[in-house]
Every structure is written in C-alpha cells, then in structure tokens.
Design a protein around this ligand. Structure first.
Ligand SMILES: [Zn+2]
Length: 427
C-alpha cells in the first residue's frame, strides 16, 4: 500500500471526496452514514459508494452498536501501524501505534544527544522499532510511516534539525532520509513541542477530553482549535496550534520561546546570551537555586535530601513543598511566575483558548501551574483571558510518541493519499 503515496493525482475525485469523508470519520468517528451526510451535505448514494470503497480497501471498518442500530463507521485501526519516536536530550522512547495513534507497545532507553552522533542515536531508533515489530509480529510492509520529534528547531520540509544549540553533528543531518532507507516507509520529522501539540489536539486536554470517541464536535464543547502547548524542562519551548493546524513559522522556529529575554536578569544561557527564559526558569536553573538555598541554610528539607545523596529534581522540590518546606514552596512559585510572565505576553499577542503545560517541570505539581495561571491572569488583558484555561498535560511523557504517530497519520491520510490508497491496481 505504501508505495502508492505521493506522486500524481488519483483518477476520479477520490482525492477530495474520499479524503474528506475519511477525515471526518478519523476526527469524529465512529459515525453513521447519516452523520456523514449532515456534515458534508453529500447525497446518501455518493456517501455509500465512497464508504463501500473505503471498506473494501480496508481503511474503514463497520461497528454495529448493541441493540442492532444503524452501522457506524470508524478507522480500521488494525489495518496497519505507525512508529512514533520521542527523542529527548537524555532519553529516547519508541512506540508502535495503531492507525488511531493508540500505543500498542513502547520501549525506551538512555541517550546522550550532546555526545552521541546522529548515526548512533538513529541506530537505537531502528533497533527499538525492530524489537517492537518482532514482539507484535508486525512486518515492515504493515508500517504506514514513522514520525520523530527532535528537541531542536526543525526544517519540516527537509526533515532535518537546523542549528540545534546542544546537539553537535545534528545540524542538517538527513534524519528523514536516513530512517526511510531503513524502514522503506515515509518518515516525518518535527520539533518535539509541535508534536506534543498534535497529541494534545487529538488525544489530550485540547481535544475536549473525549479522544475520538465523541459523535461530533458539538458533543465535545471542550475541543480547542487555537491553543499553546508549553514544554518546560531543561529547555523551554512552545507549540502553536491555530485553527487545528500546527503553526511552524517561515523557517520552523515559531514557538522557540526559551530564549526570550527576562528583563534585568543576567543569568548566562547555553545559547551565549544572558537572561533567557530557560536559563532563568528551566529545570537546571531551578536545581541550582535550590542547591544554593540548601547551602545557605534556607531549606532544612533540601539540605537533608542532599545529605542523603538525593539529586535535586522537580519531584523532590514538590515533595519538600508538600512537607511544608517554605523554601521549596517559594522556588516553585518563583519558577511559575517567570514562565507565566512570558506566557502573558504570548496570551496578549495570540489569544489562545488554552495553554497546556508539559515537560519535566510539571513534576513541581499543581502549585506550579497555579503560579503560572496567576501571573498570566495578572499580566494579560481581561478579554484575552476571559475563557482561557491553563492546565497540566494529562498525557505527560506519552505526548511525544502519540503526537509523532499523529503526525504520520495526518500526512499519510491527507486527502490526496487517501485517494491514492483507494485506487485499484488496474486503474
Ligand atoms: Zn538563550
């Protein structure tokens, strides 16, 4: 099937009508033919012809609800597989997913992007994916595509990292073509936060919380079409979704908010500037401040933890706050405030309906989110925050692999490709 991706247009109008029907079912299914009719305005006979064809090529399946009501149509989620890869500075996770981006199985391990060559890291991707395929009894021919998120700016069209600040050897390394040679399937590369945003759009907070199970948009009033996803960890970045689509900017650098300057702060950043958001509010900065606080005798909890050989992590600071340590509480609130002040500027500029926070700093807990919220509300215009929701991601570390799978599915199930997948070999 996958050989038919790309290239010239399909005959008939499969590429538009079939693609349109398939997309509605992907987004909102399971749906009855009448549901599809209401949303497309297409005649019953037309819908029935296209649906029959989509069923016969195996992209859709029928579901007969209990009580013998009318058949409902949904994506044939087991008709193929996609691989989603989340690559972090120190960890890699590879997941085998079905055609609805549900994780079937996943595997992961340590990686050091600052030291290891792209070839070495991508070899790990290949071997993890092979292991998952073997375990699930899935052959390469059933793979519809592979998606990978990189913690760096990405030129989406070329599938390469561009000027990654702390990944020597990765600048313009041909990630997509390297992996597509190994897997002989389409490979898509994007920035990790953009990919997290796709996961939130379809499966997370911005999707109205109902995943794809709802019967229609009107049944999911919580669904958000314009929102931000912020990844706050060692680095800080944002994914921007406008009307349901990722906004990448003209060079793929949109949302690179980690190096926005904080007025009056001179902390040196790894990019060479000083006072950058991630140098002030990232998890390294937080750990350094917490360590200083314990050295200076301001936190009995942290001093004791360091004494016991524990590393200072966001989770440890959250534990300290829960145990009533004032300094841990102060650190959490201060981190949220710095991030919130920057997000307030974005809110005034972009007017999102939701901000979803993900990344290592979410381990600081609800107090961190509350502090972000307070800063944003205080510094944004009332109209911009009227219906604004700020919350922690419910997907957390699964967002990277689920989003990478969705990236692939959005591409291979684009209107044109669905049309091509429906062609008879003799056409
Ligand atoms: Zn910087």
């Amino acid at each position: 099937m996958k050989e038919s991706f790309g290239g010239e247009e399909a005959p008939f109008n499969y590429s538009t009508t079939a693609g349109r029907i398939f997309k509605i079912i992907r987004d909102l299914g399971p749906l009855t033919a009448a549901d599809i009719g209401r949303r497309t305005g297409l005649a019953k006979s037309t819908i029935s012809a296209y649906v029959d064809r989509l069923l016969s090529v195996g992209l859709l399946r029928e579901e007969i609800p209990e009580g013998g009501k009318r058949r409902r149509l949904k994506v044939a989620e087991s008709a193929g597989y996609v691989v989603g890869v989340a690559l972090g500075q120190t960890h890699i996770t590879v997941a085998l997913c079905d055609l609805e981006a549900e994780i079937i199985d996943s595997i992961g391990g340590p990686v050091d992007l600052a030291r290891e060559s792209p070839e070495k890291v991508l070899e790990k991707v290949v071997s993890y994916a092979r292991e998952l395929e073997l375990k699930a009894g899935v052959g390469n021919e059933a793979l519809f595509g592979l998606g990978i998120g990189l913690p760096s700016p990405v030129d989406y069209g070329l599938g390469v990292a561009v000027n990654p600040p702390v990944m020597p050897g990765w600048d313009r390394f041909p990630v997509a073509s390297y992996l597509s040679k190994e897997f002989t399937c389409p490979v898509f590369v994007d920035n990790d936060v953009n990919i997290m945003a796709l996961a939130e759009r379809d499966k997370g907070a911005a999707g109205g919380g109902a995943g794809r199970e709802g019967a229609g948009l009107q049944d999911r009033p919580g669904r958000r079409s314009s929102f931000l996803v912020v990844k706050a960890g060692t680095g800080i970045g944002a994914g921007i979704v406008i009307d349901g689509e990722i906004y990448r900017g003209c060079k793929g650098a949109a949302g690179d908010i980690g190096h926005i300057g904080i007025d009056g702060d001179e902390t040196l950043c790894r990019c060479g500037n000083s006072g950058c958001l991630e140098a002030v509010a990232g998890s390294r900065a937080l750990a350094a401040r917490a360590e200083a606080a314990s050295r200076e005798g301001r936190s009995a909890f942290l001093a004791e933890a360091l004494e016991a050989g524990e590393a200072i992590t966001p989770a440890l600071i959250a534990r300290g706050a829960a145990a009533g340590d004032d300094e841990c509480v102060r650190q959490i609130i201060a981190s949220g405030k710095v991030l919130g002040d920057v997000l307030a500027k974005l809110v005034n500029f972009f007017n999102p309906s939701m901000i979803v926070v993900n990344g290592g700093l979410t381990a600081l807990g609800e107090r961190f989110i509350a502090s972000i919220r307070e800063s944003v509300y205080r510094r944004s215009t009332p109209l911009a925050t009227a219906d604004l929701i700020i919350r922690k991601s419910a997907l957390l570390d699964k967002a990277g692999t689920i989003g990478a799978a969705i990236l692939v599915l959005d591409e291979v199930f684009s209107h044109r490709n669905v049309g091509r997948l429906m062609r008879d070999p003799e056409d």
